[in-house]
Design a protein around this ligand. Sequence first.
Ligand code: NAD
Ligand code: 0WE
Length: 261
Amino acid sequence: MGKLEGKTALIFGVANDHSIAWGIAQAFHREGAKLAFSYAMPSLEKRVRPLAESLGSDFIELCDVTDDAQLDAVFAKAKSQLGTIDILVHAIAFANREDLMGRFVDTSREGFLLAHDISVYSLVALANRARVLMPNGGSIMTLTYYGSQKVAPKYNVMGVAKAALEATTRYLAWDLGPENIRVNAISAGPIRTLAASGISGFRDYLKQFATIAPLHRNVTIDQVGEVAAFLAGDGSSAITGEVMYVDNGFNIMGLANEDRE
Ligand code: NAD
Ligand code: 0WE
């Protein structure tokens, strides 16, 4: 029997079959969860619908997380169509492309607020709507990156937003603990997804990562999915407010050793 049998998951952040959220959805499906999906823009429906349907899902709703009315609509639909949920996945980030090049010091107020609205506040907005659909407790998770802790050149305003996202994870864990809702973050190593494809030099970034990481390879969306399934399930019932690294050990390193291998 699957670890997530009898559980329902609402997943935000599938754009295509490279998305980390898609790796998570597939892992949840293998463990027997019922799945529901939300996508950001009308143009994504043609990609997301067939993917969702391939895992037996018929809940596929539009929601731009910057719009409270769309947030309310998707949760109203979830209440009527799903009843209660057990798992919420937040795999959403966005910053203006020009803020992911050049210098952080040049970030505009508008760019800073946009990155934080979409990449951080959205977790609060989703959690507060999800918790009322979780009368039996639940598991909420988000995706973060090590650029929150240490400077990753060009990650810039996203690094600052990820630091806020990780703090948000902890404050939500404290607030929702009494409702038996756990809130955790997965800090994934770099993966070539739609969000990464716009980044110049990402190839070298992946190569450098695999050189430095103790396991000397890159991370896959399936590997992130397996950890997400663990965080979603009862096996992690004592874990909340945590940032779990799924990065082949990259984050433990202080100095690189270019000679090894
Ligand atoms: P992705 O492009 O597949 O997913 C990002 C998602 O955010 C997309 O589905 C996009 O539609 C959605 N999104 C953007 N603006 C939105 C809005 N206003 N409303 C609703 N949805 C919106 O890329 P991904 O790499 O799978 O990213 C998922 C998460 O993983 C992000 O939080 C990202 O920061 C994080 N992450 C990525 C990597 C990496 O290297 N790819 C590493 C660590 C963490
Ligand atoms: O979180 C991310 C990427 C998030 C992201 C990506 C884009 C590209 C296209 C947010 N907004 C946008 N806006 C766009 O217009 N990652 C962890 C992947 C990533 O992005 C980087 C990285 C890594 C790793 C950017 C610079 C340096 C490293």
